[in-house]
Design a protein around this ligand. Sequence first.
Ligand SMILES: N[C@@H](CCC(=O)N[C@@H](CS)C(=O)NCC(=O)O)C(=O)O
Length: 237
Amino acid sequence: MIDLHYWTTPNGHKITIFLEETGLPYNIIPVNIGKGEQFKSNFLAVSPNNRIPAIVDHAPADGGKPISIFESGAILLYLADKTGKFIARDVRGRTESIQWLFWQMGNLGPMAGQNNHFSNYAVEKLPYAIDRYRNEVNRLYGVLDRQLADRTFIAGDYSIADMASYPWIVPHERQGQKLADFPNLKRWFEAVRARPAVVQAYEKAKEINPNPPGIRTAEERAILFGQTAASVRAATR
Ligand SMILES: N[C@@H](CCC(=O)N[C@@H](CS)C(=O)NCC(=O)O)C(=O)O
């Protein structure tokens, strides 16, 4: 059994997609990040960066004590290796999946996160910051569109690279992007969206958090947007 410390955000969806695709048994432990549950000590014990998602695998391959993992890319890679699914076995295919997984982790996720922050959450609308991140996300959509011009999925066969990127394309309207400008990306997006496991993962999210994504109360904003080292110190004391 896998414990999944989860909230209903793009990085959380990546892991429910993988678990639904493979049918691995899992147990969701909700971590409501708007209420500050990411600072609870039981969560920090598995996720020291106070961010979801994290997992605990109670039946690791070596038969030893449970393994806990944080960072969604590391989790996807761990689960792909554990199951032998959604990552190619040959060195070239495996490297292709891993490099696009890292591309998502280092580019699409962080830039889309900042774009969302400055375009949607920031009270003060700063044109320089909004343009900077919206343009960068636009560039990244262009990179994906080009990559998908001559292949069905990002790294060839459907893999953890697709599972990592898909949840970050879902909010394309909030990101100020037009999917119609990226025909290959749009075709891929629709193909991934139609997968039963992907539908199931998003249904699960609605069960856990019926509130529409992207709406933040004043209380939630204070928890999410005012973090410093003091927040971490206070949590671990
Ligand atoms: N690089 C991390 C990023 C995780 C992340 O930013 N998670 C967000 C939700 S998508 C979170 O937990 N935020 C809580 C907070 O900001 O306190 C990963 O991919 O796992």
